[in-house]
Ligand binder design. Structure first.
Ligand SMILES: *Cc1c(COP(=O)(O)O)cnc(C)c1O
Length: 427
């Protein structure tokens, strides 16, 4: 499969080149040259397929012959070796729990898939490739874990000092080996800017790739669990509405691509915190990125969502068409906490701020009788322990995969400017 740059002035790239480059030379995001819907028969009989078979069907056209089928199956198997349950919360609402992987966030899927692709593509290369990634929270841990000990791959993670939770910080600063954490004096957007500058910098950009959701190998496998969710609820014969707590809009963009492949979804809701660039755009047609503001759902503190441009491409830059199957609503920290309490008091379900925002989106949409709403619970409550325990009358039990990292020693290098990042990358 070939990919073109959404800035339209770079040559086409193979899947391998798109993964290795991360972003096109003209700084555009890569986008598949063609998208072929899956057969109706496959969709109708989805419950007869295993998750691994579904994932293979969904992704194979985007890779073509660049990874042999048997190898791709092996990569998929390692990527999705955990559960993706839709847990019914109330009559017509379910929570798609995406947190049963090793770092307890949905980003495990994309990170594990991408690391194996990169390892495969770099196997005959004598030079290491450096993965450079900015994180607002969960990406760092998932990438660190997914890439740990990947052969021929060095990983450098930038995170905003004091703006990720203790557990998130431990997950990305304690692994060592081929993983280095850089603690940035600034907010997430500063981290993202530095990463973008590095990719633009011809002196160092050649050996770099990105593991942010702009990388096609992270974006595309996120389609899998929209299909897994459909498989679990299709017998109800209801119209499905997904609400996706959104920051960089990679996850929801994968959902929309799944829909384009034929997944029967009636409507998508991108639920955000007060970083409301996209909700505002849907209201007034003006896309005006802003600096991000800190919230309790910090993995979504993004003022300029990088994947939104892919969503616009999916809808041929037609706002009217986009609005027909896509809404976006923004919610405050106060509303988020109230909803966490509500969900707990009424249904005895523990959500964390991102999932609660997803739930808020479904409520705002107000579901019809014949609709089933699914919100994505993108992280385990333990990942946001401080706010969950301050909001709900509970103490969260720490799962074993988290306990393991909590006792380890943090190791991070402090930086405050692009110059310092460059010095580090050159060293
Ligand atoms: C990254 C993240 C999000 C936002 O996902 P995007 O693909 O960037 O929109 C939501 N919730 C959690 C817990 C995350 O880590």
């Amino acid at each position: 499969m070939n990919y073109f740059s959404l800035n339209k002035s770079s040559p086409k790239a193979s899947f391998k080149q798109a993964v290795v480059n991360g972003i096109a030379p003209d700084r555009g995001l890569y986008y598949p040259e063609s998208i072929t819907p899956l057969s109706q028969d496959f969709i109708d009989r989805i419950s007869e397929y295993s998750n691994e078979e579904i994932a293979f069907e969904v992704i194979k056209q985007f890779i073509g012959d660049e990874i042999p089928a048997e190898k791709l199956k092996e990569i998929i198997k390692k990527t999705i070796s955990f559960e993706f349950p839709v847990v019914t919360i109330e009559k017509n609402i379910g929570s798609l729990e995406l947190y049963h992987g090793p770092t307890m966030a949905f980003k495990d899927v994309g990170a594990r898939f991408m690391s194996q692709c990169l390892e495969y593509f770099n196997q005959d290369n004598k030079d290491d490739i450096t993965v450079l990634v900015a994180t607002s929270g969960d990406t760092g841990g998932a990438v660190a874990n997914g890439f740990l000990n990947a052969k021929g791959v060095q990983v450098v993670i930038l995170y905003p000092s004091g703006k990720v939770s203790d557990i998130q910080e431990k997950q990305l600063t304690t692994l060592g080996n081929n993983i280095t954490a850089l603690e940035v004096d600034g907010v997430f957007d500063d981290c993202q800017e530095m990463v973008k500058s590095a990719f633009l910098d011809e002196e160092i950009s050649k050996k770099l790739t990105s593991a942010n959701s702009i990388n096609v190998a992270r974006w595309l496998p996120q389609m899998f669990y929209f299909f897994f969710a459909y498989k679990q609820v299709s017998a109800q014969h209801k119209d499905i509405v997904f609400s996706v707590p959104s920051g960089n809009f990679g996850n929801i963009c994968a959902g929309l691509l799944a829909q384009k492949l034929g997944l029967p979804v009636k409507h998508f809701i991108a639920s955000t915190n007060i970083n409301d660039t996209v909700p505002q755009y849907l209201v007034n047609g003006i896309y005006s990125p802003k600096p991000s503001k800190a919230t309790i759902s910090n993995a979504m503190d993004v003022g300029n969502p990088s994947n939104f441009i892919r969503i616009q491409e999916l809808f041929q830059n037609n706002l009217t068409q986009l609005k027909a199957s896509f809404s976006s609503f923004s919610f405050s920290d106060h509303e988020t906490k109230e909803m966490m309490k509500d969900i707990y008091n009424k249904f005895n379900y523990i959500s964390e701020p991102h999932g609660a925002i997803g739930y808020l989106g479904l409520k705002k949409h107000s579901l019809h009788e014949d609709e089933f709403g699914i919100f994505l619970e993108t992280a385990h409550p333990v990942k946001f322990l401080e706010v969950v325990e301050a909001t709900l009358p509970i103490s969260v039990e720490i799962p074993s995969q988290i306990k393991k990292v909590m006792n380890k020693e943090k190791a991070a290098i402090q930086i405050a400017s692009y110059k310092e990042l460059k010095t580090f990358l050159n060293s």
